[in-house]
Write a new protein. Structure first.
Length: 270
């Protein structure tokens, strides 16, 4: 393991949504016959990217939400369900890059956990960045380019259609101590990111393989938006197994309580 990796968590704006999208937990979310007027739980859905400065390259994990989310997402109908309504100018990914002192083309690897619009939202900054290797899983690529039209749910081609991808299959150590884990189920090919840090130990960024701590459990509670439920549960247990072996810190994709407990940019994990 190299001794000089540093990792920063970059908050990139918070959506809000009905908790039912995120969590299939009847006791918390759904109304019983005695609660027909129970209001929906409207919760914060923070987004983040991860920047890794590694001796062998600079890696960015995910690309946040787009500045033009309201118009870009309108054709999907989902802009009313996931408004990006808690964000400041300094949080958009293009602002974050400037704070770090980089242009898109300075990044060696842009790895997209999956191609949903709240993870690939500013990936089009890399449309002409010929130096950067843009990486997603083969299964995600095949699904995301395998439909006609503007969008398929939260997959919006405008986000990623202009990129040239390098795809990976199976778990892949992309840099020494930095491993892409195949954790499908949320989408065709959602990946998680394992980073083994010299001081902070192992961190696993689950993206939407696990939205929130309730989904992790144990016991694991199902998530709302899932492409394949059996693969989703298997991926949660895969993450748990790796986390137990490595004593990892597991960072969930959209957990409004957990993100407050973590160090975020400009602080770093080393
Ligand atoms: Zn997603």
């Amino acid at each position: 393991m190299p001794d000089s990796i540093s990792l920063q968590i970059l908050p990139t704006g918070t959506m809000h949504s009905d908790l039912t999208w995120l969590l299939l937990d009847p006791t918390q979310v759904m109304a019983s016959r005695a609660q027909k007027d129970k209001p929906a739980a409207w919760v914060g859905v923070p987004t983040h990217c991860v920047f890794i400065d590694h001796p062998d390259g600079k890696l960015l994990w995910d690309s946040g939400v787009p500045r033009d989310w309201e118009t870009r997402w309108a054709p999907t109908g989902l802009h009313d369900y996931f408004p990006v309504d808690e964000v400041t100018e300094d949080m958009w990914l293009d602002s974050r890059l400037k704070q770090l002192g980089y242009e898109p083309n300075d990044i060696d690897y842009l790895v997209l956990s999956h191609l949903h619009f709240d993870h690939a939202g500013q990936a089009d900054l890399w449309n002409d960045a010929s130096h950067t290797k843009v990486v997603c899983s083969k299964d995600e690529y095949d699904g995301a380019f395998g439909f006609e039209g503007y969008n398929f749910g939260a997959h919006v081609k405008k986000d990623y259609g202009g990129l040239t991808f390098d795809t990976v299959e199976g778990d892949t150590e992309i840099l020494p101590g930095v491993t892409l884990l195949q954790t499908p189920g949320h989408t065709w090919g959602t990946m998680s990111l394992q980073v083994d840090l010299p001081d902070s130990g192992t961190m696993i960024f689950t993206s939407d393989a696990i939205y929130r701590s309730e989904s992790y459990g144990p016991p694991s509670v199902g998530a709302g938006i899932v492409y394949d439920s059996r693969k989703w549960f298997a991926s949660v247990e895969k993450i748990r197994s790796i986390a137990e072996k490595t004593n990892a810190t597991v960072v969930f994709g959209h957990d409004e309580e957990q993100i407050k407990q973590l160090k975020t940019t400009p602080a770093s994990y080393t």
